[in-house]
Design a protein around this ligand. Sequence first.
Ligand code: SAM
Length: 259
Amino acid sequence: MSAHVARKRFGQNFLVDQHVIAAIIDQLAVQRDDRLVEIGPGLGALTDPLLRRLDHLQVVEIDRDIVARLQQRYSSDRLTVHAGDALNFDFAILAEDAASGLRVVGNLPYNISTPLLFHLASFGCCIRDMHFMLQREVVERMVAAPGSGDFGRLSVMLQYRFVIEQLFEVPPEAFNPAPRVYSAMVRLIPRRPEELLAVDEKYLSTLVALAFGQRRKMVRNSLKSLLNDEQLAALGVSPTVRAEELSVDDYVRLANSRP
Ligand code: SAM
């Protein structure tokens, strides 16, 4: 088979640094019978070492050329290849009858990482953990604390559902072709159902989007279509703070105040 030419539109930056690959595999600590899905296996940098440690692996890949390579290289009783877009893939199907939940792994295409994280968050209930390589700036936004300039809609909505830990940074030279930015590994572990206190998560999401849609404005202005000054104050939120100064708990409290 001829050499694969990396496709920019699919965010193809293939991992080539064996130390980084070993460090990722180490963090995963896979057991042979884990139910694991890799998003974007590409040329197999993670797929190979994962398959040596697992009885079976599932992958979701959008690039038809890569799908053909994977099908040729691995037997279908070890690797199930789902050809398609991870952005509209139903991950719940893979979690069915998995006693300890689905594990999700990927060196993710950077161009779709934010919508993909939101898509995956909707499967929180059937996921055991997720480990991703992402652009470092995205990971910094995911783990940001209130008060920081990185704290935004992504931080609130992901921290509401997951405990998030930044693992290690990865320089551009670890990939081929090398991206222009640093990357970082991150781990997400779903919170227990009893910790998810929002009555209506859709409304929480709407409220958070509204607040951060005008993040420089005071919440009395950005949220005025939903809550007035008296209502904010009664909920323990000063009408003059900005979106990034409120905690995840504050947002849940504001959302739950809807009659
Ligand atoms: N895992 C490989 C590695 O570490 O070298 C490849 C990582 S590369 C950054 C991203 C991979 O995701 C590519 O194989 C690309 O074709 C695939 N991909 C891009 N967009 C995708 C999508 N929407 N759904 C599924 N796979 C996608």
